[in-house]
Ligand binder design. Structure first.
Ligand SMILES: NC(=O)c1ccc[n+]([C@@H]2O[C@H](COP(=O)([O-])OP(=O)(O)OC[C@H]3O[C@@H](n4cnc5c(N)ncnc54)[C@H](OP(=O)(O)O)[C@@H]3O)[C@@H](O)[C@H]2O)c1
Length: 174
C-alpha cells in the first residue's frame, strides 16, 4: 500500500488596506493622509502575524521593519537585504516564507495587492470617505459579487482623523 501523504494546509491570506472612494491608496510613495485611528487598527490586525509587502512599501516605512511581526519583503533585486526582514523574490516564495500562525497579511502596495488579490480570503479595508485625484497608487477593483461583508464600523472624522472612514471586513464567498 502506498503511504498517504498529508497535503500541506493552504495558508489563509488576508490583505489590509486603507482605500479611498476612488480606489486610491497612495501618492508619491507615501500614504494618502495621516489617520491615526487607522494606524492603530492596522497594528491591532497585524501584530503577531507574518506580513508581506512590496519593496517600495518597505522603503516608505519610517523606521524599517515593523516590530512584533515577521516582515517579508518582495523584490526582484537579488542583493536586497535589510535588518529584521525576510526577503522573497516572488509571490509564491513570499507566502511560503511565512512562519507565524494565522493569516498571512499582505500590506501593500498597489503592485503587491494586484499580484495577490486572487489568493486573498479576507480583505480588511479601511474605506476613506474622500477622493484623492492626485494619487498614483490604486487598489485593484473589488468585484462585489465575490465578497460578503462580515463586519462594518463607521467612524466620523474628528480632531485627529481628517476624514470619515469605515472599517470593513470582506470574506471571499465560497
Ligand atoms: N493605503 C494603504 O493601505 C497602503 C498600504 C501600503 C502601501 N501603500 C502605498 O502604495 C504605494 C506603493 O505601492 P507600489 O505599487 O508603488 O509598490 P509596492 O507594491 O509596495 O512595491 C513594488 C515593488 O515590489 C517588488 N515586486 C512587485 N511585484 C513583484 C513580484 N511579482 N516579484 C518580485 N518582486 C515584486 C518590486 O521591487 P523591486 O523594484 O525592488 O524589484 C517592485 O518595485 C505607496 O504610495 C504606499 O504608501 C498604501
Amino acid at each position: 500500500m502506498t503511504p498517504k501523504r498529508n497535503k500541506p494546509e493552504r495558508r489563509r491570506v488576508a490583505a489590509v488596506v486603507a482605500v479611498a472612494a476612488d480606489g486610491a491608496i497612495g501618492r508619491g510613495g507615501a500614504l494618502l493622509c495621516h489617520l491615526p485611528a487607522d494606524l492603530k487598527h492596522f497594528k491591532q490586525l497585524t501584530l503577531g502575524h507574518s506580513i508581506v509587502m512590496g519593496r517600495r512599501t518597505f522603503d516608505s516605512l519610517p523606521h524599517g521593519a515593523l516590530p512584533g511581526r515577521q516582515n517579508i519583503v518582495v523584490t526582484r533585486n537579488p542583493h536586497f537585504a535589510a535588518p529584521g526582514v525576510t526577503v522573497a523574490h516572488d509571490i509564491d516564495a513570499a507566502l511560503a516564507a511565512a512562519t507565524l500562525p494565522g493569516e498571512v497579511m499582505v500590506i501593500g502596495g498597489a503592485q503587491l495587492y494586484a499580484a495577490t488579490l486572487d489568493r486573498v480570503d479576507t480583505l480588511y479595508l479601511t474605506r476613506l470617505h474622500a477622493t484623492f485625484p492626485d494619487a498614483d497608487a490604486h487598489f485593484p477593483p473589488i468585484d462585489p459579487a465575490q465578497w460578503e461583508v462580515a463586519d462594518e464600523e463607521f467612524h466620523p472624522a474628528d480632531e485627529r482623523n481628517p476624514c470619515d472612514y469605515t472599517f470593513v471586513t470582506l470574506c471571499r464567498k465560497a
